[in-house]
Design a protein around this ligand. Structure first.
Ligand SMILES: [Zn+2]
Length: 267
């Protein structure tokens, strides 16, 4: 199994070792055989690169800037793009990048104004960077923001897009399916009706699974530290919803993830 979206750099060092070492020693299938660790800013990129060097063939980093925070100034932005270009051979994708849906919602709910335009411009640059470097792109773009992201992807003819923890209208879901983008499901598939509905519509050959760890989950996962092994339950849930066996769902999802991130077929 491959956790297609996790923030390894956000775990405490001891926690990380306690989480990863047993995974590396696991012999029984289905074991976790790889992780895509995404970055939030330049320091986070550097930390994820270190982790990838520490756990080669297991930890695969993506480099980007998470949209749910204040934007970097021009100098910081230039430094980040230069750093990513110079480490293109070390990364599997550009990410996590996207649009600040939750920040914008919070601001608007408290009566503040929020200008999304600079975020759209930065995303436009990241999409062009993915095209230039010929890398897949990991997107944080939900609801109306998913439409805006599709617009930019189509404009730049970037086809390898992964909408992580996707949520959105029927229309944008159909657009994502038609464009053959990928979508990943988190443990909330086990208890969120909206996400379960989405999983019934989404073709399994466009699906991946993720934890977005250390983000905490509810339902049967309440109070647990989010760990990559949780994707086993996500795959089981997909198998149940698609009326296929765990083995079939697991095989297809691993294939999708390896093909999308161009990972070798080890394990
Ligand atoms: Zn994330």
């Amino acid at each position: 199994m491959i956790d297609a979206h996790i923030h390894l750099d956000m775990y405490e060092k001891d926690q990380l070792i306690a989480m990863l070492e047993p995974l590396l020693k696991e012999k029984n299938a289905p074991r976790v055989e790889g992780l895509i660790t995404v970055s939030r800013h330049l320091d986070s990129c550097r930390r994820n690169l270190q982790l990838a060097q520490l756990y080669p063939t297991f930890v695969h980093p993506a480099f980007g800037f998470h949209p749910e925070q204040d934007l970097p100034d021009e100098a910081a932005c230039t430094e980040l793009f230069q750093w990513i270009r110079s480490h293109a051979d070390d990364m599997v994708a550009v990410g996590e990048v996207g649009l600040p849906y939750y920040t914008a919602l919070d601001k608007r709910q408290t009566g503040e104004t929020f200008d999304t335009q600079p975020y759209l411009e930065l995303l436009d640059q990241f999409i062009q960077l993915a095209g230039e470097l010929d890398k897949p792109i990991v997107l944080h773009a939900v609801y109306a923001d998913a439409d805006a992201a599709c617009e930019l992807l189509e404009k730049h003819n970037v086809k390898q897009a992964h909408f992580h923890w996707f949520k959105g209208s029927h229309t944008v879901t159909q657009r994502i399916i038609a464009n053959q983008y990928s979508v990943s499901f988190t443990p909330d598939l086990c208890y969120e009706p909206e996400i379960r509905q989405l999983a019934t519509i989404m073709p399994i050959d466009q699906m991946m699974v993720e934890t977005d760890g250390p983000w905490p989950f509810e339902g049967p996962f309440t109070g647990q530290i989010t760990e990559p092994v949780m994707i086993r339950q996500v795959i089981q849930e997909i198998a149940d919803l698609k009326r296929c066996s765990f083995h079939e769902a697991h095989t297809l999802i691993v294939q999708n993830t390896k093909a999308f991130y161009r990972l070798p077929s080890y394990g």
